[in-house]
Every structure is written in structure tokens, then in C-alpha cells.
Design a protein around this ligand. Structure first.
Ligand code: PRP
Length: 218
């Protein structure tokens, strides 16, 4: 059967992605996360993984550099790449939210016709505000977005919230949820057909691991 190549996101999804793949029968050796190697092979030699930034996962998959990828649905909706999405995965649960300083939560939405909004999700943010008749001025950042209202860079921010700890520790409150997110398996459209047998076998292994994980909770 064809060997498959998968793009895995470096960062907070990686640990869960690796343990989920191990549970599905594709264990990578310990220490992969700490190593600087970017191309790794699982112990069964059926799956090769490349480690890339989360936002690059859909790019690798769309161009066929990898057959598959694991990425958050937040990144998928923001990037709008032409990839197939065969399976949602049971980890990486978080939400994309609008937040503001706790001492003036209503000010920007009520009084500002064009609030300044800091985010690393410009497309989802623009769409959310425009659907509500608001034209935000988007300040594009690539990290530490929560800092922006605290130093006068923006009125509001839009960012991922998982535990809510980052917001709390910076005196911010959530105003609205834009979308809920979780990990998803994505596939290159051509590879999905050309390597159908290997793809189906891999997806079935993942489905089995999802069923086991869900049934463990009951
Ligand atoms: C993410 C996100 C928030 C934080 C939310 O940042 O951007 O800052 O996690 O998590 P919490 O609700 O559990 O506090 P990440 O640590 O991935 O780094 P980043 O600032 O580079 O985005």
C-alpha cells in the first residue's frame, strides 16, 4: 500500500495529534516534539510526517506536498484553502472570540462606528463585524494579541480562547463567540482519489480511535 505523508501543526495541537495518531496505530518515537527534525517516520513506516506552522498545514496539503494534514478548523475557515475535510478529530477544542478590557466591555461595540480590532484572523474578524454592520479597522498581529487593548493599540481583540486563562490574567472579558474550533483531518483532493486504498485504511484507523476515545468517556 502507498505510504502516506501528513503535515502536523507545531505548537499546542502537536502533543494531542501525536498521541491520537499513536492510539490509531501510528506511533512516532518519543522525543519527536523536542527534536529539531522536521521530517519524521512513524514506527510502522506507513506514515511520514512533516512538522510545520499551523497556518502552513493547509498550504502543504492543497499543493500536494503532503497527502494529509491535521489542523484546527479555525485555521481552515480563516485560510479557505481548497482541501478535502474527511474527518473532525476529538481534540483541540477552543473558540474564536471577541474580547475587551473588563473595565470597559461595552464601550467599543456601542460607541465606535469603526472600532480598532487586533487579531491574527483578519478574514473571520472582518466577516463577523461586517455581518453586524460594523466596519472594523483590523490591526493584524501574529501573536500576543491580548496585549493590544492594554497598551492602546486596539479597542477590541479577536483571538482563540481555550481555558480563558490568558484573558483573565490580562483583565479582559469575552464579549462574543465567533466560532467553535477543533482539530480536523484534511486531505489533498487528488491524493484522496489516487491513493484511495491507503487513504481509506488510514481514515478507518482514525475513525476507530475516535470511537474508542468517545466510548472511554462513558
Ligand atoms: C493561544 C491564543 C491565546 C491563548 C488562549 O496562544 O492565541 O493567546 O492560546 O489560551 P487560554 O484561553 O488557554 O489562555 P498561543 O499560546 O498558542 O500563542 P500565540 O500568542 O502565539 O497565539
Amino acid at each position: 500500500m502507498d505510504q502516506l505523508r501528513i503535515a502536523l501543526p507545531k505548537g499546542r495541537l502537536l502533543t494531542d495529534a501525536l498521541s491520537f495518531l499513536a492510539r490509531a496505530g501510528y506511533p512516532f518515537s518519543d522525543g519527536v516534539e523536542r527534536s529539531r527534525r522536521l521530517l519524521i517516520l512513524d514506527q510502522t513506516k506507513r506514515l511520514e510526517a512533516v512538522l510545520v506552522k499551523p497556518r502552513d498545514v493547509p498550504v502543504f496539503v492543497e499543493y500536494g506536498a503532503t497527502d494529509l494534514g491535521i489542523v484546527g478548523t479555525d485555521v481552515l475557515r480563516e485560510m479557505e484553502r481548497d482541501v478535502y475535510e474527511p474527518l473532525l478529530l476529538p481534540f483541540g477544542y477552543c473558540r474564536l472570540s471577541v474580547a475587551a478590557p473588563a473595565d470597559r466591555p461595552n464601550m467599543p461595540l456601542r460607541l465606535e462606528p469603526s472600532p480598532r480590532v487586533a487579531t491574527s484572523y483578519p478574514n473571520l474578524t472582518q466577516r463577523f463585524f461586517q455581518q453586524r454592520g460594523v466596519s472594523p479597522e483590523i490591526i493584524l498581529l501574529s501573536g500576543s494579541v491580548e496585549l493590544s487593548p492594554l497598551v492602546g493599540l486596539a479597542d477590541l481583540l479577536v483571538d482563540m480562547v481555550e481555558t480563558g486563562r490568558t484573558l483573565r490574567e490580562n483583565g479582559l472579558v469575552e464579549l462574543r463567540t465567533i466560532m467553535h474550533s477543533q482539530a480536523a483531518l484534511i486531505a489533498n483532493r487528488a491524493a484522496y482519489t489516487l491513493k484511495a486504498e491507503a487513504m481509506m485504511a488510514f481514515i478507518n484507523d482514525l475513525r476507530q480511535a475516535i470511537t474508542e476515545k468517545v466510548s472511554e468517556k462513558f
